[in-house]
Each structure stands twice: as structure tokens, then as C-alpha cells.
Design a protein around this ligand. Structure first.
Ligand SMILES: [Zn+2]
Length: 207
């Protein structure tokens, strides 16, 4: 799935399971970390611009270097070190990392019809076992759009309730501004609804 979908999904898990902003950010980052091996696309684009080279690094390394158990262990340990609750973040980071793998397993097909992305669970140490799902839907399929939209709405709802949002993964100050705006919008909407409910009703219309 797309990095945005992974970000929203892992933030929601983090928001539901952590009690401080630092740990929330760390658990969320674990859910997007597997896509680090997709950064080869930057080199491919640069190569293409400079020498008309074909894509090489992205298809070669994406879903291989950091989409397996070894990277899950390393990533979880690294993220648990600066956490407030080390063991809890270790376990939750391991969980969101694997949620990412599961999401990729079900919804990352492409770009061509037959391009099913497998998960090499012990990669890059071994290509065995290789897991794939033959019903894997396209990366840009409607399923992913529906899931992303649902996660987005859920994340906004949680942000209004809890007072912090997925923006906090990037910057806490921007997050405060973002949540303030969300809460003002909600106050306006709920205020407008309350006002409309209090409006005196007109006389009943009879045929
Ligand atoms: Zn991925």
C-alpha cells in the first residue's frame, strides 16, 4: 500500500496504544519504515534524468531489503531505545512493522497485472520463505482508496478527541495548529447543528 495508508494505519494503532507523544511517534514510524528500501526510486529518477537509464534500484531492492523479519527486529530495537516505555514500544513497533507487511501482501500489485509483490520474510538474509497472495489487489486499486479514506476520517476523529494528530509525527507545533483548526471546524459544525435544532418549527403543513 502507499506510504500514506501505512502512516495513517500505524498512527491509529499508536494513538490507541500509547500514552505519550514520543512513543506514539516512534510506533508510527515503525509502520512506515519498511518502505525505506523504496528510496532507490530517487536514484533511478536521477539516473533517468542524467543518462536515460532504466529503473534499477527500485525494482531490485524495494520489498526486499527492509520488508522482512531482520529489518523488523533492527527497526523495533532502534525505535525502542529513545522511547519512554521501552518494552511497550519494542512490541508495538514490531506490530506496526508487521501490519505494514500484511497491508503490502494484500494490496500492492503493480504496475502490471501480473506484478504481484511477494514478501521474503527473512530477506535480505534469505529468499525463503517467499509469501504472496494471488488475489493481491493493485496499489492504485479502489480498495486502497477506500481503506485510505476510511483511515483518514478515523484519524481526524481521533485527533479531535485526543488533541493530537498524525501531523505530530512530523512536527508537534504544526500538529497543535492543525488540531486547533479541526476543533474549531467541529465546534462550528456542531454549533450550527445545535442552532438548527433550536430553531422554532413553522406551522405544520397540511394537504
Ligand atoms: Zn511496503
Amino acid at each position: 500500500m502507499s506510504p500514506l495508508t501505512h502512516l495513517l494505519a500505524s498512527w491509529i494503532v499508536a494513538a490507541k496504544t500509547t500514552d505519550n507523544l514520543r512513543d506514539r511517534r516512534l510506533v508510527t514510524l515503525a509502520g512506515v519504515a519498511p518502505d525505506l528500501d523504496g528510496l532507490g526510486i530517487v536514484l533511478d529518477i536521477a539516473r533517468g534524468a542524467l543518462s536515460n537509464g532504466n529503473f534499477y534500484y527500485y525494482p531490485q531492492y524495494h520489498h526486499y531489503v527492509t520488508h522482512g523479519l531482520p529489518a523488523a527486529v533492527v527497526c523495533s530495537v532502534l525505535l525502542a531505545v529513545p522511547a519512554r516505555r521501552h518494552w511497550r514500544v519494542l512490541g508495538l513497533a514490531f506490530l506496526t512493522f508487521h501490519l505494514h507487511l500484511l497491508c503490502d501482501l494484500v494490496g500492492s500489485r503493480g504496475p502490471d497485472q501480473g506484478d504481484i509483490w511477494p514478501i521474503f520474510y527473512f530477506s535480505p538474509l534469505s529468499r525463503h520463505p517467499m509469501w504472496f497472495w494471488r488475489h493481491q489487489w493493485p496499489l492504485d486499486g479502489w480498495q486502497n482508496r477506500v481503506i485510505t479514506l476510511a483511515l483518514f476520517v478515523w484519524a481526524l476523529k481521533l485527533a479531535v478527541q485526543m488533541g493530537d494528530s498524525v501531523v505530530g509525527v512530523i512536527n508537534h507545533r504544526c500538529d497543535r495548529v492543525f488540531v486547533d483548526v479541526l476543533r474549531k471546524w467541529r465546534a462550528r459544525l456542531t454549533g450550527a447543528n445545535a442552532e438548527s435544532r433550536q430553531q422554532p418549527r413553522g406551522p405544520a403543513v397540511h394537504d
